[in-house]
Write a protein that binds this ligand. Sequence first.
Ligand code: ADP
Ligand code: MG
Length: 323
Amino acid sequence: MSERRLSEQELIERHFANRGPRRADVVLGIGDDAAVLRVPADSELVATVDAIVEGVHFLSTADAADVGYRALAVNLSDLAAMGAEPAWALLALILPAADDEWLAGFVRGFFELADRHGVALVGGDTNRGPRCISVQLNGFVPRGAHLTRSGAHAGDLLYVTGTLGDAAAGLLLERDGEGRDARGAEELRRRFLRPEPRVEEGCALRPLASAAIDVSDGLVLDAGRLSRASGVGIELELERLPMSTALRAAHGESAAHTFALSGGDDYELLFTVSPERAVDLARTSQGWSCGCTRIGRVVAEPGVRTRLYGREVPLTVSGFQHF
Ligand code: ADP
Ligand code: MG
């Protein structure tokens, strides 16, 4: 066994083994050649993987704890959009050096969120190279109960959790530092650095939503994905877009709309509900601290269009770049 190999083992022992929640359904976790996991009877496994790359998805100056948090958060958001309950994570780490201090920060952020959602880290891989973190997250749904992007029908109502555009405004603050002292700036930065994946909300939507997607690349872009997958169109009602007081205060009403329509990294859930289910949704979502807003409807004619108080307005949205 080489020196480097030894230090990799130590690194795993120190930072990853025996950390985070213990789960009875982990037959074998970190330490063997692979993990062995027990999927509950009458359930289906839901699996997703997302990599975040330095300079693309996070700044090279980013705090390690924020990076660890984000690596798991983006995957939790994907499972939330499927209505799945998260359970087991695998972590592929590529790091320029075995930097003990950076790793300690990284796992602090990672396990903060893992603890909150009962996710066990059951394995991974560690290599040297340009910093890149890939998390595979597995969860489950009762058989046949998963949500998809493809179930929306003309006539359904369109909803979103939380508020839109905050994270994009927070990213600007992080990147440029401009307006950092403004009222609400701290809240916007937090929305970018510590997105709150809507896991409980996604699970609660299983019997209610006809389709769902998480908003990671901007409302218009992700609404377009949902509408294409479902073979329908979407009308967004601009006057209904949920925008925080912090976003409005920092950028004014009109610019706030642009953030809400095209800003990425919000990790809210965008979903459709048939009119017959709207009352059930209202009852269910009463318990959600993030809230939930109707922002439009599903129509037969393909494409995404925007209306302001009923009048169609042109949609000019540029593609979203995380950085
Ligand atoms: P192998 O060479 O058989 O892939 P490794 O030395 O890469 O073994 O990994 C040893 C054990 O440590 C495995 O159980 C693996 O899943 C786990 N592991 C390696 N890297 C990580 C990591 N970054 N996070 C969590 N577990 C890891
Ligand atoms: Mg390996």
